[in-house]
Design a protein around this ligand. Structure first.
Ligand code: GLY
Length: 397
């Protein structure tokens, strides 16, 4: 049982509004994304990666030696391969696997929890789509690394920093997208320890990060000596007690991913509660401001949160019976968000852009990647397009 309220979705007319996101629109959206990916390939070649966020809507290129986001570029290529069947995407994505192996073996910037973001859309996807044994081995090494960040007394995976530093003794909601790597590791290795840690982390997360109103803390601290819950704090949100939009989206999608593996009723409950809170704070075009404390005005939007949420909704509705009173609304809402992204957030009109989605925010407080493309926004937009095209799409997560 999740200790938070389930807000009913308010303004149901807004979410049940007729939507023009037809199959033709979807096909045009896919073509426009593939054209941009082809252009990006010219920029990044076979073994370089886009930076986390663009500058002036153009990503600079980096090697796979730092950043938590690099897996998304490989994931975009896998999704392009699935959509088109064109081997060129597969060949580049397959070639990336060696760079991910080198990164984990040489331990380049892997002292953090983002092993799932790095290794799931890249190496797990590669293994699922091609059976590549190197990809499997690489993703399992990443899973082992993630396991090393689990604290037995607090029952959580520590996000950042030194494992013996009380100042860093916290989890963050984003990690709900890292733990599917551990569920997968159990599936392929038969070793239950991975799944046990993932599930303990999930339970600790949802019991502490979700506030009574179903908004989510971004990060949550535990007492270093006792492991007892201590307090929530933001890192990228507006304030400690506001709901950073992308954090809420990580919570929505991450919870339902645990449901996909564990069929835990609390996971679906957590997803719905966080989702309704999120929907009730959307402006008229269905794309959130960077923090849900803003519901109107000039603050920047975060289109990446919108794309993540669509994937969460499309995963959620797979598990809802037709009798669920909100199912239709959620399905329509996913389309309305996609229509809005299609109409006003695509990079298509900006010739020089090598990204997919405009108007995302990386970190408003530090001023980095504000009103820019970011790579996870692009990845989840592509994943949403693939999901819309094929509702039997096999998850990378
Ligand atoms: N996981 C980091 C972010 O969403 O910015």
């Amino acid at each position: 049982m999740i200790n938070a309220i389930l807000e009913p979705v308010l303004c149901t007319d807004k979410f049940l509004k007729e939507c023009d996101y037809t199959n033709t629109t979807l096909d045009v959206a896919i073509k426009s994304a593939i054209d941009k990916i082809d252009y990006a390939i010219e920029c990044f070649g076979d073994d370089m990666f886009p930076d986390a966020a663009s500058r002036g809507n153009v990503y600079e290129s980096i090697p796979n030696e730092y950043g938590w986001h690099n897996g998304f570029w490989t994931g975009i290529l896998w999704l392009a391969y699935e959509l088109t069947g064109n081997e060129k995407y597969k060949n580049i994505a397959s070639g990336h696997v060696e760079t991910f192996l080198a990164r984990i073996e040489k331990r380049y910037n892997i002292e953090h929890h983002d092993m799932g973001f790095l290794y799931t859309p890249s190496c797990v996807a590669s293994y699922k789509l091609t059976g590549c044994e190197t990809a499997k081995k690489t993703a399992l090494l990443a899973a082992d690394n993630l396991m090393g960040r689990f604290h037995e007394n607090g029952n959580f995976i520590q996000a950042w920093g030194d494992l013996d530093s009380p100042r860093d003794y916290r989890l963050i909601i984003d990690c709900l997208l890292n733990i599917p790597l551990l569920y997968w590791a159990t599936e392929v290795s038969g070793d239950k320890r991975y799944e046990t840690v993932a599930y303990k982390h999930f339970r600790t997360s949802v019991q502490n990060v979700i506030r009574e109103d179903a908004s989510a803390f971004h990060t949550f601290y535990f007492d270093y000596d006792t492991g007892m819950p201590h307090h929530g704090e933001t890192a990228q949100g507006y304030s400690d007690d506001s709901a950073w939009a992308r954090g809420q989206s990580w919570g929505i999608y991450g919870s339902i991913l645990t449901y996909a593996y564990k069929s835990d009723a609390d996971a679906i409950e957590a997803c719905k509660k966080m989702l309704n809170y999120y929907l009730n704070r959307l402006p008229d075009d269905y794309i959130p401001y960077w923090d849900l404390i803003f519901t109107e005005g000039d603050e920047p939007r975060d289109s990446s949160a919108a794309a993540i949420t669509v994937c969460g909704i499309l995963e959620l509705v797979k598990f809802l019976p037709d009798s669920d009173s909100d199912k239709k609304l959620y399905e329509n809402c996913a389309k309305l968000i996609m229509e809005s992204l299609y109409q006003n957030y695509r990079t298509e009109p900006i010739k020089e852009s090598n990204g997919l989605l405009l108007h995302a925010v990386y970190n408003r407080k530090s001023g980095s990647g504000v009103d820019e493309c970011n790579l996870w926004g692009d990845y989840f937009y592509m994943e949403a397009l693939v999901r819309m095209k094929n509702n039997k799409w096999r998850l990378y997560w």
